[in-house]
Design a protein around this ligand. Structure first.
Ligand code: PLP
Length: 401
C-alpha cells in the first residue's frame, strides 16, 4: 500500500482554469467545433524586444544570486513604487519573489499562526483561500455589496467578531474589475489600524485602470506603513506570466522574515528574468506596450459589457480595471436545455459554464471558485473579433433557453 499524502494537500482544490483547458480540448475534438476561449488569466501579447534581449543577456547569470533579489532591480522598484504610489520603500524593504503567487504563499506563512484567520474580500482570486490553508490558517470570506464593492461597515463588524489577523484583496480586482476608490481604501485602512491587522494589497492589475483614472494604493494612506504589504509583479503588466517574477514591499521585519523562508524554499527568483526586469521597468517601449494593452482591454470591455447587458437574464457591472468581465447569471438558473440527446438543468455556475461550452462554443470560468456561484468570469485579453463572436454566440444560445 502507498503511504498517505498529507490531509491539507488532499483538501486543496485544483486550479479551475487548468482543468477547463482539458474540457475545451476534448469538446473541440469530439464535436469538431472551435470554442472561443475567454478563460485566460494572462495577456495575449508578450514582452517587447528590448526586454527579450535582456533576458538572453541575463542568461549569463548562472550562479545563485541574493535570496532577497537583485539589488539593482530592487532599487528600480523602489523608484517605481515611489513614482506610482507616492511612498518611499528602500530596496531593503522590497523582496523579489517567484511570481506574486510565490510571494503570497510565503507571506501567509510569515504572518499566520496555525488556526488564525485571514479575511478575503469576495469575489477573490482563486488562489487566496488555498494559500491561507497551506499556511494552516483559516480563510474567512467577506461579502461585498451588490455592486461587488467592498463593504466597510460589514468588514468592521466581521473583523471584530471573527478576530481576523490578515486582510487580503486585489484592486483592480480579479475577477470583478472593481477598482477601490480612495474613500473605500481610507475606510479599510481605518479598520485595519483599529483592529491592528495586516493588510495585503495585491496590485498586479495596477497597470490596467480605465477611464483615465489613476490607480490608488492603500500603502499611500498615512499610518499604513506598519500594517500594509504590497504584492505586485510584471506577469500582467509586461505579458510575462511564464517568467515567474513578483515582488513584495512592506515593513522591514516582514521582508527579512520572507527572505529567510525564501532561502529555504526556492533560493530566490530566477536571475536572468530579474535581469530582464531591470529593462522592463525602465523601458519606454515596455511602458508604451502596457498602455496599448490597457487601451485594448478598455475597448473590449466597452463592447463586451454593453452586449452582455443587452441579454435577458445577464447583468454585468462595468469593470473599472484589470481584464475581466464578471456578469451575474443567477437569473438563468432553473432553465433547461438539450445537448447530444440529453436534458440538462442549469443550477450552478459550473452548469452555466457547461451550457455555454456546449451551446454557445464559448468558454468562461465559473464563479464558484472566485467565491460567487451566481457569476461567470470572461477574459477580455483577446482579439476584438473573439469578443464579438463570443457575444453573438452567447446571445443566440441564451435566447433559446
Ligand atoms: N494575483 C492576482 C489577483 C492574479 O489574478 C494572479 C494571476 O492570475 C496572480 C496574483 C498571480 O500572479 P503571478 O503570475 O505573478 O504569480
Amino acid at each position: 500500500m502507498t503511504p498517505a499524502i498529507s490531509k491539507i494537500v488532499k483538501e486543496i482544490q485544483p486550479s479551475a482554469t487548468l482543468s477547463l483547458k482539458e474540457e475545451i480540448g476534448s469538446l473541440e475534438k469530439e464535436y469538431g467545433v472551435k470554442i472561443v476561449d475567454l478563460t485566460a488569466g494572462q495577456p495575449d501579447t508578450g514582452p517587447t524586444e528590448d526586454v527579450l534581449e535582456a533576458l538572453l543577456e541575463g542568461g549569463k547569470l548562472h550562479q545563485y544570486g541574493p535570496v532577497q533579489g537583485d539589488p539593482e532591480l530592487r532599487g528600480i522598484l523602489s523608484e517605481i513604487i515611489s513614482k506610482e504610489i507616492g511612498v518611499r520603500y528602500d530596496s531593503q524593504d522590497i523582496a523579489i519573489t517567484v511570481g506574486v503567487k510565490g510571494g503570497i504563499d510565503i507571506l501567509m506563512r510569515v504572518l499566520l499562526e496555525p488556526g488564525e484567520k485571514a479575511g478575503i474580500i469576495a469575489p477573490y482570486w482563486v488562489t487566496y483561500p488555498e494559500s491561507v490553508r497551506l499556511a494552516h490558517g483559516i480563510p474567512y470570506f467577506l461579502e461585498s455589496d451588490d455592486a461587488l464593492r467592498p463593504d466597510p461597515a460589514r468588514l468592521r463588524k466581521e473583523a471584530e467578531d471573527n478576530n481576523i489577523k490578515v486582510l487580503l484583496y486585489s484592486s483592480p480586482s480579479n475577477p470583478s474589475g472593481v477598482v477601490y476608490t480612495e474613500d473605500e481604501l481610507e475606510e479599510i485602512a481605518k479598520i485595519v489600524k483599529e483592529k491592528d491587522m495586516w493588510v495585503i494589497s495585491d496590485e498586479i492589475y495596477g497597470g490596467f485602470v480605465f477611464n483615465g483614472r489613476k490607480h490608488k494604493s492603500i500603502l499611500s494612506i498615512e499610518g499604513m506603513r506598519s500594517n500594509a504589504i504590497l504584492v505586485d509583479g510584471p506577469s500582467k503588466r509586461f505579458g510575462v506570466p511564464g517568467w515567474r517574477i513578483g515582488y513584495v514591499a512592506g515593513p522591514r521585519e516582514v521582508i527579512a522574515a520572507l527572505t529567510k523562508l525564501q532561502g529555504h524554499t526556492n533560493s530566490g527568483a530566477s536571475r536572468p528574468e530579474q535581469y530582464a526586469m531591470r529593462v522592463a521597468y525602465t523601458s519606454e517601449k515596455a511602458r508604451e506596450a502596457t498602455d496599448h494593452m490597457r487601451q485594448r482591454y478598455e475597448r473590449n470591455r466597452n463592447i463586451f459589457v454593453k452586449g452582455l447587458n443587452e441579454i435577458d437574464g445577464i447583468s454585468c457591472i462595468k469593470p473599472e480595471g484589470a481584464f475581466y468581465a464578471f456578469p451575474s447569471i443567477k437569473k438563468l438558473f432553473g432553465h433547461e436545455y438539450e445537448f447530444a440527446g440529453k436534458e440538462y438543468m442549469i443550477k450552478t455556475s459550473v452548469d452555466f459554464r457547461d451550457f455555454l461550452l456546449r451551446k454557445a462554443q464559448v468558454a468562461g470560468v465559473e464563479g464558484a471558485p472566485f467565491g460567487m456561484d451566481g457569476y461567470i468570469r470572461f477574459s477580455l485579453a483577446t482579439k476584438q473579433e473573439n469578443i464579438a463572436k463570443a457575444l453573438t454566440n452567447i446571445k443566440d444560445a441564451v435566447k433559446k433557453l
